[in-house]
Design a protein around this ligand. Structure first.
Ligand code: HEC
Length: 195
């Protein structure tokens, strides 16, 4: 390749990427996140799917690098509300999957070693953009090891793969409302897998 063709190629590349910035698949057009239709949510998820996985895995975190190979729990991402203005999608590791996928609302006692990882897409109505949000994680520890949270350890990864500072009581104060299902809230009913 001559220098001129290389420069032309570079300029062309720039032109292409600035055009792409015009109509980005992560653009939001709605005034309220609850106005998003099912197919729009699916499109946003597909748009950011690879970026999310790449980001969570960036620092080599074991959960961040592997959760996508776990059992999916929903037919698609969905907006629930409690985790902010976000599209949510939860995966269950092999210890958790069988019990979690029953979506039982009483008498649940998740096996030690269960991990739920919930990826999220943050929606900024003001900026009219969707972007990867945190990966929220719950791990079931040895019985009696953390009485304040029913033995759940709450954690999170930022979209760039860095560990989030998580205040256990912040997470658990809300999850405590789901004490009949071992503090699990489950995806919204319309997207629960196999329901
Ligand atoms: C204001 C209430 C609230 C707070 C605070 C909250 N959660 Fe949740 N969480 C929920 C609800 C509701 C769901 C189910 C939402 C869904 O998946 O659609 C959920 C689901 C989850 C799940 C999937 C497992 C399940 O319960 O079905 C994980 C993992 C999780 N939250 C982690 C966290 C972590 C970590 C924090 C703290 C950083 C946190 N949550 C704070 C309400 C909350």
């Amino acid at each position: 390749m001559t220098l001129t063709t290389r420069l032309t190629a570079a300029a062309f590349g720039l032109a292409l990427s600035s055009t792409a910035a015009f109509a980005d698949c992560a653009d939001l057009t709605v005034e309220d996140q609850f106005d998003l239709e099912e197919d729009q949510i699916v499109t946003l998820y597909e748009c950011l799917e690879a970026k999310m996985a790449e980001g969570y895995a960036k620092e080599g975190d074991e959960i961040g690098s592997n959760f996508r190979s776990w059992a999916p729990t929903a037919t698609r991402g969905a907006i629930q509300g409690a985790h902010g203005t976000r599209i949510l999608n939860t995966f269950a590791n092999d210890i958790a999957a069988e019990q979690y996928l029953k979506f039982a609302d009483e008498g649940v006692n998740m096996p030690v070693g269960s991990i739920l990882a919930k990826e999220s897409i943050s929606l900024s109505i003001k900026k009219k953009k969707a972007r990867p949000g945190p990966l929220f994680i719950m791990t079931k520890m040895e019985a009696g090891s953390i009485p304040e949270t029913g033995d759940w350890l709450y954690a999170g990864l930022q979209p760039n793969g860095k560990v989030m500072k998580v205040k256990q009581s912040f997470c658990h104060d809300c999850h405590a409302a789901y004490d009949d299902s071992d503090f699990l809230a489950y995806p919204v009913e319309e997207v629960r897998l196999g329901q």
